[in-house]
Design a protein around this ligand. Structure first.
Ligand SMILES: Nc1nc2c(ncn2[C@@H]2O[C@H](COP(=O)(O)OP(=O)(O)OP(=O)(O)O)[C@@H](O)[C@H]2O)c(=O)[nH]1
Ligand SMILES: [Mg+2]
Length: 305
């Protein structure tokens, strides 16, 4: 008598890992660097990520389903801000492991608010102290880490540099140790659960966020109006919504120079991601009030789970 069918799956592990923290600490950079592929958009500005973004890593018997979340923030209580905070809070529940990302020794009110939320969940929390490449005096790191460990109820602390791929193996190992045994939820080659349309819209949003200084705040959304393949060509048409006329002018730039640059950069990324030639059209439209309008947000794809 053999037990092959029973023992077959006991070597595989699969679980959900939420990456949480305040804005701009490097959560999305961490996800992209662990996956070795760009799934989640990043920028120097806070509040870049707006939706929970799933990135899947399957290696050997282990499948880790990461959920990158919007940075949790205080203030600015528009509907879009509430939506983002809700998306992050929801994502940290019912996961197997939480990775709480902080920026070096910097501990703000917003970090405190995240820590407070984490007190109410049951899953183990790993604290990832990111951007250590920017710490000159590495010796000061140790007492700081001990202090944080005492302050928070956490399973492990790991100093990392997401950007420089520093110590990410160690972090991954600590995660894997805490994943339950079980069969994989996604096929081996799947890297996200997000649609191609969503990914296209995010790429455009990233280029705008990176291109524009603080002159254009976060009052901008991207909607994909056309996504159609014709032979070897993928036709994508994206509508950029802004709140005010002045913002539209800034976005278009002198004789359309800026929007053209945004389009070129977005197209290059899309061609890489979709492995296809892309024809990208961008339109800018003023639609006041969308960022504080629950219905408008839903129609833009900001839906709760
Ligand atoms: N020096 C350094 N910079 C980093 C590191 N990780 C991320 N950054 C930078 O920090 C900025 C924010 O990174 P993101 O990954 O967009 O941060 P986030 O936490 O996802 O931000 P939100 O989506 O706004 O919550 C970017 O300019 C990154 O290049 C790191 O390890 N070292
Ligand atoms: Mg992010």
């Amino acid at each position: 008598m053999t037990f092959d069918s029973d023992t077959e799956n006991t070597d595989t592990r699969c679980g959900y890992v939420a990456i949480v923290g305040r804005p701009n600490v490097g959560k999305s950079t961490l996800l992209n660097h662990i996956l070795g592929q760009k799934i989640s958009i990043t920028s120097r500005k806070p509040q870049t990520t707006r939706n929970a973004v799933v990135g899947i890593k399957t290696e050997g018997g282990v499948q880790i389903i990461f959920v990158d979340t919007p940075g949790m923030h205080l203030g600015q209580q528009k509907a879009i801000n509430r939506y983002m905070n809700r998306a992050a809070t929801t994502a940290m529940k019912d996961v197997d492991v939480v990775v709480f990302v902080v920026d070096r020794f910097i501990w703000t009110e917003e970090d405190e608010a995240v820590a407070e939320k984490l007190q109410h969940i049951n899953s183990p929390v790993i604290l990832a102290v990111n951007k250590v490449d920017q710490i000159e005096d590495k010796e000061t790191l140790l007492p700081h880490l001990q202090q944080l460990a005492e302050k928070l109820n956490i399973a492990e602390i790991v100093p990392i540099s997401a950007l420089r791929n520093n110590n990410l193996d160690r972090l991954e190992q600590l995660i894997i140790e805490r994943l339950p045994e079980g069969i994989h939820m996604y096929p081996e080659d799947q890297i996200t659960d997000r649609s191609s349309r969503f990914m296209a819209a995010e790429i455009v949003r990233e280029k705008i966020t990176r291109q524009l200084g603080d002159e254009l705040p976060y009052e901008m959304a991207v909607e994909i109006e056309e996504f159609k393949q014709e032979g070897n060509l993928l036709n994508i048409s994206a509508l950029i919504l802004v709140e005010r006329d002045g913002q539209k002018k800034i976005l278009i730039g002198d004789k359309g120079a800026r929007i053209k640059l945004i389009g070129t950069e977005a197209r290059i990324d899309m061609e890489k991601l979709f492995e296809m030639k892309i024809m990208l059209k961008l339109w800018v439209k003023v639609k006041s009030g969308w960022s504080d309008d629950e219905r408008a947000l839903r129609s833009l794809g900001y839906n709760d789970f």
